[in-house]
Design a protein around this ligand. Structure first.
Ligand code: 6PG
Length: 472
């Protein structure tokens, strides 16, 4: 009996996805560059092994799948994907579908589409979110490619995806690089969410002098209301955990240096290229970069002195209530930015990205899953967020309630020297966005002064110059 689908790359994500596919009743043929891993995987699959066909060559993989063959690539983004595509081109035939399920840069995906054009093969660029657990039991799946190619793989992808109240968190989002673009922005938002949570943790730790377990309790509490989300939930769990070796809270034993693999940075680059401010995401990416400069930060602390701890304020209950709302307001701004980037990209690349659907397939399975995404989907469906989420009636109401807290907490943190780069960027974005008369009249005057760039007047059409001609 031939397999329904193939999968290449048995790393953590690939093996879990293969088990998920098998569990949903599909026969899956698997291949890994190192055969030992393929063998070990098949041996460890338990009862699911009967639906797993272990292949030790790419030819065997192709032969094991019923044509037209869908094959998922779950290999490291970049060169490895191109190498596997080249190998597959030698063994596949017309109508077979190559599905790149890694965290590809959507520009690579666009290139791969054009390289495969005329080959008879179909290509899909698919974003998969949810980490190990998601891959095994139901990730959120963002598909880019032709609608026809999606129809062909829809049954298996919806079967393996997460479900939100029964609705599959898998959807076709548009042609070409649409799926990988949306996954990239998902990760950009993920960076902002994580950074803002870390900033609040910093205030609780250094401003209020709270120990990890108590901070974990606060996040656990917040997880029961408007901040309810996977990232808040795991933050509470992480903060409660002890290190097996020392018995101390594990967070206190972890070096404050965060890594990154590229998707956050790409979101920022694409936002800039599209001319959309995504400042909370930018701040989060920059914060990771700064975190990596550990030795420099140590030297700077020695030069400038250490911050005094525990002086944030006395009324702890009031501060905690403010921090919860501040985090929520920051989150609103970050999501508004992320969705604005997707909206602009959709227009630029002609994708027709379905923003409400994107919010819906992020409600379960993915890393940024939350109750809040349901609110976003409703706002888009009600048609009130045509320009920016911040203009949806429900969001206007939420921000009116929450921004004073964000303002107070950013101000207080700044006075204490506690860094809140993402939260303060979110606030600055909000304040700039809501200011009908800003200050770039002065920028225009300066540009005209030194470069005769001209400016528009508030009372007349056309380009004008100031009275400083000849003074530069
Ligand atoms: C997900 C995650 C996942 C991963 C990324 C981002 O949606 O399941 O976003 O794709 O965590 O690699 O991670 P970095 O923090 O390593 O850039």
């Amino acid at each position: 009996q031939k397999a329904d689908i193939g999968l290449i790359g048995l790393g953590v994500m690939g093996s879990n996805l293969a088990l998920n596919i098998a569990e949903k009743g599909h026969r899956v043929a698997v291949f890994n560059r190192t055969t030992a891993r393929t063998t070990a995987f098949a041996q460890s699959a338990g009862a699911l092994a009967e639906r797993i066909v272990a292949c030790d060559t790419i030819e065997a993989l192709a032969a094991a799948i019923r044509p037209p063959r869908p094959i998922i690539l779950m290999v490291q983004a970049g060169k490895a994907v191109d190498e596997q595509i080249t190998l597959l081109r030698g063994v596949l035939s017309a109508n077979d579908i190559i599905i790149d399920a890694g965290n590809a840069n959507f520009r690579d995906t666009v290139r791969r589409f054009s390289e495969l054009r005329g080959s008879g093969l179909t290509f899909i660029g698919m974003g998969v979110s949810g980490g190990e657990e998601g891959a095994r039991h139901g990730p959120s799946i963002m598909v880019g490619g032709t609608e026809d190619s999606w129809r062909r793989v829809e049954p298996v992808l919806t079967a393996i995806s997460a479900k939100y109240e029964g609705e599959p968190c898998a959807a076709w989002l548009g042609n070409g690089g649409a799926g990988h673009f949306v996954k990239t922005i998902h990760n950009g938002i993920e960076y902002a969410d994580m950074q803002m949570i870390a900033e609040i943790y910093g205030i609780l730790r250094d401003g209020l002098g709270m120990p990890p377990k108590e901070i974990g309790g606060v996040f656990g509490e917040w997880n029961r209301s408007r901040l309810n989300s996977y990232l808040i939930e795991i933050t509470a769990t992480v903060l409660a955990a002890d290190d097996a070796a020392t018995g101390k809270p594990i967070v206190d034993m972890i070096l404050d240096r965060a890594g990154q693999k590229g998707t956050g940075k790409w979101s920022v680059i694409e936002a800039q290229t599209l001319g959309i401010p995504a400042t909370a995401i930018e701040a989060a990416v920059a914060a990771r970069v700064l975190s990596s400069m550990k030795a420099e930060r140590e030297a700077a602390e020695a030069a400038y002195g250490k911050l005094s701890a525990g002086s944030f304020g006395r009324d702890k209950a009031a501060i905690l209530a403010d921090l919860e709302l501040a985090l929520f307001a920051g989150k609103v701004a970050a999501y508004a930015q992320g969705f604005a980037v997707m909206d602009a990209a959709s227009k630029e690349f002609g994708w027709g990205l379905p923003l409400p659907t994107i919010a819906k397939i992020w409600r379960a399975g993915c890393i940024i899953r939350s109750q809040f995404l349901g609110t976003i989907a409703e706002a888009f469906e009600a048609g009130g967020a045509t320009r920016n989420l911040l203009m949806a009636p429900a969001f206007i109401a939420m921000m009116k309630e929450a921004h004073p807290s964000l303002r107070r907490m950013v101000a207080r943190a700044s006075e204490e020297g506690l860094p809140v780069p993402a939260l303060s960027s979110a606030l600055a974005y909000f304040d700039s966005y809501r200011q009908a008369r800003g200050t770039s009249n002065l920028i225009q005057a300066q540009r005209d002064f030194f470069g005769a760039h001209g400016f528009e007047r508030i009372d007349a059409e056309g380009a004008h110059h100031g009275p400083w001609a000849g003074e530069a």
